[in-house]
Design a protein around this ligand. Sequence first.
Ligand SMILES: Cc1cc2nc3c(=O)[nH]c(=O)nc-3n(C[C@H](O)[C@H](O)[C@H](O)COP(=O)(O)O)c2cc1C
Ligand code: SF4
Length: 550
Amino acid sequence: MSRNLSALSGRKGLKKNLFEQMAQISVNDGGSPAEAHLAKLADEFLMGDANTYGSITAYDFMKPENRGKEIYVCNGSACLCAGTQDEVQEKILEHFDAAAIGHMTCLGRCHENSAFSYKNQNYSGNSINQLAEIIKKEKHSKNGRYSVSAARPVLTGDFRSFEAFRTLLEKTLARPSAEILGEIRDSEIRGRGGAGFPMHIKWESCRNEISDEKFIICNADEGDPGAFSDRYLLEEQPLMVLFGMMVAGYCTGANWGVIFIRAEYPEAVEIIQQAIHKLHELNLLGDQILNSEFNFNFKVIKAQGAYICGEETALINAIEGQRPEVRTRPPFPAKQGLFLKPTVVNNVETLAAATWIVQHSGKEYAAMGTEKSRGTKLISLDGLFQKPGIVEVEMGTPLGTVIEEYGGGFRKGVKALHIGGPLGGIVPIEKINSLSIDFESFASQGFLLGHASVVCIPEDFPMIKYLEHLFEFAAFESCGKCFPCRLGTKRAHQMLSGAAHEMKAIDRNLFMDLLSTLQQGSLCAHGGGIPLPARNALQYFNDELSLHFS
Ligand SMILES: Cc1cc2nc3c(=O)[nH]c(=O)nc-3n(C[C@H](O)[C@H](O)[C@H](O)COP(=O)(O)O)c2cc1C
Ligand code: SF4
């Protein structure tokens, strides 16, 4: 991160945003900005073209080598385990040159698989068999069907009318902001983006900063392959998410809500934009909302394809138009975030939950769940479940209940569950009954709840290939800022790839040493977290893996 570049980008701020400008010229120039256009932009922002070039080369949808891609195949973990993507690729090759086919990880269609993206629309399930009609525009994108079930609907409840939005906003603005913040404190909610950090501490810290400008950022860059619960909220509960952001603004004194949505979710971008447009029409945004002293506006930023932008400081760099590299902390974003101003970054689900907390009460929320993990949690079940989809359960619900009652069990033999995204743990099937859905249960057993996405690893899927896939992903998505991760993820991928395809034995001591270096030496949880699933796999699937290790 460069403070200088942050300040330069901040001169034009959100109104003429550098990142958006780069994305726009990328579209105009056929998928990657032409050098001359990029140089002109760098001049305008006084940045120097090395900076703008450095930025665009970090994104799948702006880097020069991806210019001319017309169609993208999902290569996320759930589609990989479902074994659907070779056929998808073959069928696409009947219509497109190999050079026109790109890859995206992941499209969030993990419940249906066979996922691909064409002309900014996502498809899954049986759609690949209708590709000719889709190309001729005779068929349109279908939002792949998934079931939504909940024992106690909080995030899956009904907050869909603009009337309900207005009523709750009136009630909220009639109460002092400190009192509303008190509800968040009483709820004891912890962030749902992975780290489980208490929400009220972040908000209080930002509130206590004195600044002419503050920001709320909704982290809607849900990049974990296997996760689609944020997509559910963005597409089906947009008002719940937007209201949560406004509450955050009211409590902290921020007047801007930036919602950074991954480009792989084009439908979500559109739905959120439409909801914001309608809120403007109803005078529920802008200055002195409902005759109060509260001013708030939204800015939607469409991401450009880089997993690391899910990490909050890389995300801030991205919005500033800098290369999305992780920042060292302190200072934390709540003190110095976007354009060096106090900024709250929260996950989509955390913000949506804030709406329910304000609508009901902090105490009512805290009455759900366990002592340390309050409230409810959304879980994404992939296509190998009998009933794939979104499940909402109270924290503390046994994992076995989620799998059997809500998921209906598996469609085929499964040996392990990869829970919590690529940095989450690999849970062998025999451990299911010892886990419940809460932060502590997973941590105490050597796993990670993370975002609570569940990817099934079938019995016939070689574990060595699964690890190879994970480290390929980790190496590709490393921001490159620190060398343990930049080099270590690549080296681990080489070792696993050699073992999986050329029967080259991996030196176990060397590999374990590499995992320790990644874990201890990495700057952020990307490099620091990727050893966890590898260690789980080596512990629980040693019989299967030992033939690849010396
Ligand atoms: C590699 C990496 C990827 C991440 N991806 C996401 C993500 O997709 N969505 C998210 O909300 N948080 C993600 N996080 C966590 C964020 O850095 C941050 O902790 C979170 O957005 C804070 O929100 P919360 O307090 O509501 O959980 C990621 C972290 C790392 C290290
Ligand atoms: S651990 Fe990886 S992703 Fe995180 S800062 Fe280091 S290089 Fe970047």
